[in-house]
Design a protein around this ligand. Structure first.
Ligand code: 5GP
Length: 330
């Protein structure tokens, strides 16, 4: 047994120091990025924020709104088998995720990115699945995860992933850290995995743990090429679910709610997610505008005219993690 004494950080453990800037308005900031992918050799341009492939937020209606802003939708897995046609708009802005058993279905998807998404991306079986998907789809842009360390980021890239999905345990409805004790503070995971991926000309998605636009900014500043959101997009008109007494249900894909809905129960598979009620927030459009304006504002504070340069312009300062508290009441 070893103990790593190095401090590892979450989004709430840091702030970004403001810097002198020649910019005069948020309107000058360009949030679009162009990514060139290592194996597929394809190019993508857009705002690199994605909806999580969860039942509640990975919906056709969410895709309609997100694609308006050139954001990416990851449809919930159940759409892969039967409803691909419902995701009509901006097909380049879709990333279809599936599990190891979905390789054939993924190989048949005609548009966007494809990806393999499992709770634990550390198994040999998973690495073999990534290799298999790459063999079947040499020209596809492939994402794979989840992992949280540089070694496994490199392994997945060498197995054929263009993009590695990073995050174990930070999700708002995830209980992995509580149930298993496994996890890694998300800001450090993003910094370390981005460094490993960029060294190989590959990319990463920072998946989970963002609770406000400041966290999304920190993820990009830490080197994330894409940021994936679940909880921040929950509670909107475009989500799957009903509004009851001013709240909507939002559940993890390893929760009892998801397992019952999709019949995924088996003897070995425990619940590692929860169901929560989130406040109903109306149209996703308003939330997206608010998120994008937060990121633009952050870029002006550090003098980054493009999202691309945000990371270079960033100096994080460590803080005690009470800075999210409003007047000490939360
Ligand atoms: P959020 O943005 O809500 O903080 O995190 C969303 C991410 O949480 C998802 O993209 C996915 O990686 C993760 N996630 C979703 N459902 C579950 C679950 O039931 N259990 C765990 N461990 N993680 C989940």
């Amino acid at each position: 047994m070893l103990v790593n004494e190095e401090i590892k950080l979450d989004y709430s453990d840091v702030l970004i120091r403001p810097k002198r800037s020649t910019m005069s308005s948020r309107g000058e900031v360009n949030l679009e990025r162009t990514h060139n992918f290592l194996w597929s050799k394809k190019k993508w341009t857009g705002i690199p924020i994605m909806s999580s492939n969860m039942d509640t937020v990975g919906t056709p209606a969410m895709h309609k709104v997100l694609s308006k802003y050139k954001l990416i939708t990851c449809p919930a897995k159940h759409h892969l088998k039967k409803d691909q046609g419902k995701f009509k708009k901006g097909k380049a802005n879709i990333c279809w995720f599936g599990g190891i058993d979905d390789i054939n279905n993924l190989a048949k998807t005609a548009s966007g990115f494809i990806g393999l998404d499992v709770a634990n991306g550390y198994t040999i079986k998973f690495v073999d699945a990534v290799k298999k998907l790459r063999d079947k789809c040499p020209d596809a842009t492939i994402a794979a995860g989840n992992v949280v360390t540089a070694d496994m980021t490199q392994e997945l890239i060498l197995a054929g992933a263009d993009i590695v999905k990073v995050g174990i345990g930070p999700g708002s409805v995830c209980t992995t850290r509580i149930k298993t004790g496994i996890g890694y503070p998300q800001l450090s995971a993003v910094i370390e995995c981005a460094d490993a991926a960029h060294g190989l000309d590959a990319h990463i998605i920072a998946d989970g743990g963002c609770v406000n636009s400041g966290d999304i900014v920190k993820a990009f500043a830490a080197g994330a090429d894409f940021v994936m959101l679940g909880g921040m997009l929950a509670g909107h008109d475009e989500c799957d679910g009903k509004v009851e007494n001013g709240v909507m249900k939002f559940y993890g894909m390893a929760s009892e709610s998801a397992m019952s809905r999709h019949g995924n129960h088996n003897a070995y598979r425990g619940v590692e997610g929860k169901t929560v009620e989130v406040e109903y927030r109306g149209k996703a459009d308003d939330t997206i505008k608010d998120i994008l304006s937060g990121i633009r504002s952050a870029c002006t504070y550090v003098g980054a005219t493009r999202l691309k340069t945000l990371s270079k312009c960033t100096t994080f300062v460590r803080v005690n993690n009470t800075h999210n508290t409003i007047f000490g009441t939360e």
